[in-house]
Write a protein that binds this ligand. Structure first.
Ligand code: CAA
Length: 287
């Protein structure tokens, strides 16, 4: 398949990442089927796209006409078969848990067209293990966007053990069509490149607070004003979602060892469903 053969992109999951990826694909001119398991979830995702495009138009990052055209290219759906029947490229962005993703791929494989490429937006999980659930491991790779997808330039393109070179090249070309900068990750190891660096940083910030070495505000001031990151560590954790960082760490802890043990403060946030901006409360309050 060539880049010109890609007309319809299906995005599975309409959460923080899913709706953001759907928005990026629609802005690039693709027809997008955005699917989630409940009407309420797809509707929330659709409204978030409307909000975001409106914001971008308000800030002159695109015109009103372009924003309107992009939103019209997105079809919110619940039915899996309907969402993928005419898809040339499927990007999966469902919760960061191996078993959930495997279930989705099992269902997807039975209804997606044979030629379609499957790309997972996983932040850390093994591409090769996910690909095994499908009958197309050579047409399966990682395509990892960053939060918020519409504003973040990077896309990690990750090879699984059996991913074909053509799949990786096509995925990189598609990322460029999305006006992103792809970076090839040749080794399928937990956290790939960015999260291998970034998530331990956010975890270490939690350990500092747990051990009473510093306050949340002090840590965030240093990461933002001393290290030059655009957000403080805790601010970023709330943006990414504390559940997402926690699941990434749990997996890194399991596969890579002790150094990645999630800090109790992060665990507590997840247990209390204080997941960050998306729940209105995380390390900071957003209500
Ligand atoms: N769509 C449209 N507008 C958005 C938006 C979105 N999705 N998200 C935020 N905005 C808006 C804000 O509402 C705000 O609007 P107001 O000024 O009206 O309040 C505006 O954007 C802020 O944008 P600015 O350009 O003025 O501000 P900025 O220069 O700080 O840029 C940012 C914002 C690009 C998000 C920047 O803070 C940034 O780069 N933050 C770091 C994000 C990051 O590191 N992400 C990666 C996380 S790791 C990850 O995602 C991997 C993983 O798998 C866990």
């Amino acid at each position: 398949m060539e880049l010109e053969d890609i007309n319809t992109v299906a995005v599975l999951g309409a959460g923080n990442m899913g709706h953001g990826i759907a928005e990026v694909a629609a802005m690039a001119g693709y027809d997008v089927n955005m699917r989630d398991i409940e009407e309420e979830f797809v509707q929330d995702g659709y409204e978030s796209i409307e909000w975001s495009l409106d914001k971008l138009a308000e800030k002159d990052r695109l015109s009103r006409d372009e924003a309107d055209a992009a939103v019209e290219r997105v079809t919110p759906l619940v039915d899996m078969e309907e969402a993928v029947a005419d898809a040339d490229f499927v990007i999966e962005a469902v919760p960061e848990q191996m078993e959930i993703k495997k279930d989705v791929y099992g269902e997807l494989e039975s209804v997606a067209p044979d030629h379609a490429i499957f790309a997972t937006n996983t932040s850390s999980l093994s591409i090769s293990e996910l690909a095994e659930v499908t009958e197309r491991p050579e047409r399966f790779c990682g395509m990892h966007f960053f939060n918020p997808p519409v504003r973040m330039q990077l896309v990690e393109v990750i090879s699984g053990e059996q991913t074909a070179e053509e799949t990786l090249e096509l995925t990189e070309d598609l990322a460029e069509e999305f006006e992103k900068t792809p970076v090839r990750v040749h080794k399928d190891s937990p956290g790939f490149i960015v999260n291998r660096i970034l998530v331990p940083l956010m975890n270490e910030a939690c350990w500092l607070v747990n051990e009473d070495e510093a306050t949340i505000a002090a840590v965030d001031s240093t990461t933002k004003y001393g290290m030059g990151l655009p957000m403080g560590s805790f601010e970023l954790g709330d943006q990414v979602g504390n559940d997402v960082s926690y699941h990434v760490l749990e997996y890194m802890h399991e596969v890579l060892g002790e150094a990645y043990e999630p800090a109790p403060l992060l665990e507590e946030k997840v247990r209390n469903e204080e997941l960050g901006k998306k729940t209105g409360k995380g390390f900071y309050d957003y209500e």
